[in-house]
Design a protein around this ligand. Structure first.
Ligand SMILES: [Zn+2]
Length: 249
């Protein structure tokens, strides 16, 4: 349970996470607040758009349709990994979903099947629409997946949530299939890793990744995690004075 961030905070936490933010028109004041409540917020919901072409995708998500007026989300994540802010406040993205799922999100425990549509999701979720045809064939570029990970982690970090607070539309509303092409479990694992606290270590003369892993993590075999975390191409090439990030013990 949390009070929604202000629009300015929302943009700021995304930028602080390293997201490339594009502010579209008067996004801070474009919302559906006159149709119902916004907040308290409990999580983040991920969608795919079933559209092609970034400009068109952003325009549709901002304006919506006659039958479903925009904004259709808060941020649109295009294939290039940019996050276009199109609205802020209540948005038409989540529709009615399963109240048992909402309770699980609040408790940050495993999700039950979504077999009811009895709860207003637009009130309780930040929403991101991702540019993808949703046919299971249209690829998800790594920079787009990374942006999904970043926006989700940024919001979780701000509210003190864990990765269980991030769900897909398909986990919320019966009949929905989005996002399709990656699993929410894999995305939550990425968000988990991103949120995991890291410490740093300054390399000394004579250190190897093995010795650092053995002394700091209690297991020399975990040297690979240090190499991955620091994107080290050559694990032997560490130099005294270099700062390394260390994974959770
Ligand atoms: Zn959706």
């Amino acid at each position: 349970m949390a009070t929604p961030m202000s629009a300015a905070q929302f943009a700021a936490v995304l930028k602080a996470e390293g997201v490339t933010v594009v502010e579209v028109d008067d996004w801070e004041h474009h919302n559906r607040n006159h149709k119902g409540p916004w907040g308290p917020v409990h999580g983040v919901m991920i969608h795919h758009t079933v559209t092609k072409g970034s400009a068109r995708t952003v325009a549709i998500c901002r304006d919506g349709y006659t039958s479903l007026p925009g904004p259709l989300c808060h941020g649109v994540i295009t294939k290039d990994g940019r996050v276009h802010l199109v609205g802020y406040g209540r948005a038409n993205h989540a529709g009615s979903g399963d109240g048992d799922v909402l309770q699980a999100v609040i408790a940050e425990r495993a999700l039950p099947a979504d077999n009811e549509a009895d709860t207003d999701g637009n009130r309780h979720f930040y929403g991101f629409e991702c540019e993808n045809l949703g046919d299971g064939l249209d690829p998800w570029p790594e920079r787009q997946l990374e942006a999904i990970e970043q926006v989700s982690a940024a919001i979780c970090r701000h509210h003190g949530w864990k990765e269980e607070s991030v769900i897909g539309h398909l986990e919320w509303q019966p009949g929905k299939v989005d996002p399709r092409g990656f699993t929410m479990a894999s995305m939550r694992a990425r968000i988990h890793d991103r949120l995991a606290p890291t410490t740093t270590y300054t390399v000394r003369a004579g250190d190897t990744l093995w010795s650092i892993a053995a002394s700091k993590l209690g297991d020399g075999n975990r040297w690979r995690e240090i190499a991955d975390l620091n994107s080290l191409k050559d694990p032997d090439a560490i130099t005294p004075g270099q700062t390394l990030k260390l994974p959770k013990k």
